[in-house]
Design a protein around this ligand. Sequence first.
Ligand SMILES: [Zn+2]
Ligand SMILES: [Zn+2]
Length: 146
Amino acid sequence: MFVCSSLIILALSSVFLFMILLSKSVLLTLVGVMILMIDLGSFGATATLNPGIPDRNLQKYSPEYVESLSKSNSLGYCSRCKIIRRPGSDTQHCADCDVCVEGYDHHCPWTGKCIGKGNSRYFYTFLASTFILLFFMMGATLLTVP
Ligand SMILES: [Zn+2]
Ligand SMILES: [Zn+2]
C-alpha cells in the first residue's frame, strides 16, 4: 500500500511537472520539484518512523501490580502487548498493526502505519504539502497551458 500510494503521487506529479517543463518555465518546474520533494520526504518519514510504540516495560513493575492491573481491566494495561501504558500518554491499541501506540491519532491506510506522537508532525507536513502541490499543479497548468 505504501509503495502503491507513493507511486501514484510520483506518477501524477511527474506528468504535471513534465507539462510545465514543456512550457519552458524553469522557475515553475523548480518550485514544483521542491514541493514534490517535501511531499515525498514527509510521506516517507511518516511511513518509516516509529509512531510511538512503547517498550515492553513489565520488568519495571512487580508481578503483583501487573496481575492486579490486568484483573481490574483498567485502561492502563494492554493484554495484547503485555505493557503498562504511561499515564497521560494517550496510548491506544491499533487493531491493524496489533501494537499499542502512544499519542495515537489514527491508523493511516495510505502509509500502512499508525499516526502517533512519533510521526504526527511528518504526517501533517505530508497532508499540507500534498494540498499545496495539488493547488500549485492546478495553478501552474492554468498559467502555462495555452
Ligand atoms: Zn496493545
Ligand atoms: Zn496501525
